[in-house]
Design a binder for this molecule. Sequence first.
Ligand code: PMV
Length: 352
Amino acid sequence: ADTKVYRATTTAPVNIAVVKYWGKRDPKLNLPTNSSLSVTLAQSDLRTLTTATCSAAYAGKGDSLLLNGEASDISGARTQACFRALRERRAALEAANPSLPKISSLPLRVVSENNFPTAAGLASSAAGFAALVCAIADLYELPDTPSQLSLIARQGSGSACRSVFGGYVAWRMGEKADGSDSLAEQVAPASAWPEMRAIVLVVSAAKKGVSSSSGMQQTVATSGLFQERIRTVVPDNMAKMEKAIAAQDFAAFAEVTMRDSNSFHATCADTYPPIFYMNDVSRAAVRAVESINAKAGRTVAAYTFDAGPNAVVYYLEKDAGIVLGTFSSILGAGADGWKGAVSPSTAQAAEV
Ligand code: PMV
């Protein structure tokens, strides 16, 4: 028997949304209630490195995933959906081209390493599922475009569909019930606005309290404010954000980023019972950004928060001195630790 080990390795960086995905219209397919837009961070900073292998030598053992050296449960519907979709595509290739090695039915071994705390509200699932899907797609030599792969990554974790691309990335919510038009596309490459920087202030590296899935479910079910967010606030923010990126208008980019983060956390506070992801240190970071901007007399920094207390602050390279200097003096004592400044990735995660 052929005991050859087929192998592919890829990395996918974390992305941080500036217009947030929050709410599912179809929890099974991870179809969102609204479009969203993010900046993919640099490969060299926060990323998942994933190697996928398959071999007849693994026969008798099922598929497996090792995350940061520990066996990870892959029986969940989301992970299974990704494995199934990728296998189906490989099987179709093999059926169309009988000379291809028949590897679609072989057990898969996936090994992933994050270089940052897992599930601390640092979008680890986004980088994780994007890297998993892209590594297996490489292993299977699938001809799919990154947007087509984003459809698969979306089923693992919604925000993962955006980490398939570098730079500025929109996830279009789509309209179809089967999700075939709910995919990511690059709005602009990182090189279109190369001065953009982000710093992650790790307020806490502890696992988050309310998972994004259950937080979303509770928000959709109980917040009245949320209805207004998806009807008017997000469509308006998407349009303004795309304009700001096209014009490299940092003041506009920053205002939409901060307003959209505030709007998302307001809907969380409007659920019943309320959900609080931000804490006192998070709020101190908001005040610090306001004071940096007031002192500069113009907008030089923008905060945003995901489903956890950690702040991400966007700024331009020319203002690095003001932004980083103020942050270390105001917040240095309150935070557990720092992650250095990270710039948006220029490379696409998927090379297919
Ligand atoms: O992809 P999920 O299910 O982990 O949800 C991510 C939700 C936010 O990070 C809060 C917002 C976003 O658009 O990334």
